[in-house]
Write a protein that binds this ligand. Structure first.
Ligand code: PLP
Length: 376
């Protein structure tokens, strides 16, 4: 199998699986229990929190584990709006957010909030000035992702944070950084709330985290219950998942520079190989994360490409894995010609990806182009 869909989820390294197994099989204590088995587990959870916090550049007490990135996104939005409930009911976001943010925003609209959805340009870019121009005195929250999961575009979160300090210092800034783990330090980024998720960096699925910075007074809990996570996120800690998250973060940070170089090299190589395919277009933003590459074969429907390559053991995706079967709102927001939009596919890479795998994928795409008639 050739796996080129790291933006959907990443393979779990053996060391991560081992770290999880050790906890599952040997250390099943509940961190809230008051005897040594529980107390020991509590200590370990705090060590794992420290590891993930170090990878993100924040204090451990600013980091709360959640059941996934989706929960962290939902929580961040709710907590920000609660804190700023006296400021106003206006929210600025982008039309290309992950559905965890967009669906929360639609729900807010039904509750009477006013939403501004910023459209990207045809390259998928969004400018900081565009975001700041939309901010009003009653804007309670700006939620803007760091790396677009379908296109790989990097968005100007830091300039927005800096601009907000002047435009409306009380507006809180949330960023969904699920696709950007390892690319930033929260201190430098300047966002008040930051979402991450373990399974995009080789951790297990079903564990995420929310960073809440100093301007977030005390993030109003989404889940009521036993008061875990310093009282802010109830639910017995998912100890094995947290152990796996910490191990994945540790592995990633130990090799971050090498991985970044590897991914940048792969992206350049992939573009070069894919451009040998007639008609193929690269979708490129002004600033790109290296691990995501969106391209289009105009006229060749993306789902057919994904099925064809899937049959040959090559895993790529048509837009985001979260939108399977439905047209992607991200591609729609680019307002591309219909033929281009319908042919958009996403390749995404990780530390284990090789050039040979890219060669095989490019070969399969070339055959698809040559052997199938365009349908549009
Ligand atoms: N945000 C982005 C940008 C994502 O790519 C994803 C997952 O695809 C999520 C949020 C949701 O994360 P999780 O799968 O942990 O709920």
């Amino acid at each position: 199998m050739i796996y080129l869909d790291y933006a959907a989820t990443a393979p779990v390294p053996q060391a991560v699986a081992d770290a999880m197994y050790e906890v599952l099989a040997g250390q099943f204590g509940n961190p809230s229990s008051q005897y040594p088995l529980g107390l020991e587990m509590k200590k370990r959870v705090e060590l794992w929190r420290r590891t993930v916090a170090e990878a993100l550049g924040c204090e451990p007490k600013q980091l709360f584990f959640t059941s996934c990135g989706t929960e962290a996104d939902n929580w961040a939005i709710r907590a920000a709006l609660w804190q700023n409930r006296h400021l106003g009911r206006h929210v600025v976001t982008t039309a290309v957010e992950h559905s965890a943010v967009l669906e929360s925003c639609k729900w807010l609209e039904r509750e009477g909030y006013e939403l501004t959805y910023l459209a990207p340009d045809q390259n998928g870019d969004i400018q900081a000035e565009q975001v700041l121009a939309a901010v009003r005195p009653d804007t309670a929250l700006v939620s803007m992702m760091l790396v677009n999961n379908e296109l790989g575009n990097l968005y100007p979160v830091r300039p927005v944070a800096q601009g907000l300090a002047e435009k409306n210092p009380r507006t809180l800034l949330h960023t969904d950084a699920v696709q950007g783990f390892g690319l930033f330090s929260v201190k430098r980024l300047g966002a008040d709330l930051v979402t991450v998720s373990a399974h995009k960096i080789g951790g297990p699925k079903g564990i995420g985290a929310l960073y809440a910075g100093p301007r977030v007074k005390s993030p109003k809990p989404l889940l009521a219950g036993g008061g875990q996570e310093s009282g802010f996120r109830s639910g017995t800690e998912a100890t094995a998942q947290i152990a796996g998250f910490a191990k994945a973060a540790e592995l990633r940070m130990g090799r971050q520079m090498d991985i970044a170089d590897h991914l940048a090299g792969l992206r350049t190589y992939a573009i070069q190989r894919l451009l040998e395919i007639p008609d193929l277009q690269i979708l490129n933003g002004a600033a790109q994360a290296s691990h995501i590459l969106a391209v289009s074969l105009p006229g060749w429907p993306s789902q057919n490409i994904v099925n064809d390559l899937g049959g040959q053991g090559i895993c790529i995706s048509a837009g985001s894995a979260c939108h399977q079967g439905k047209p992607s709102h991200v591609v729609a927001a680019l307002r591309l010609p219909k033929r281009t939009a319908s042919g958009v596919i996403r390749l995404s890479f990780g530390p284990e990806t090789t050039r040979e795998e890219i060669d095989d994928c490019a070969g399969a795409l070339r055959r698809h182009h040559d052997q199938r008639m365009p349908m549009l």
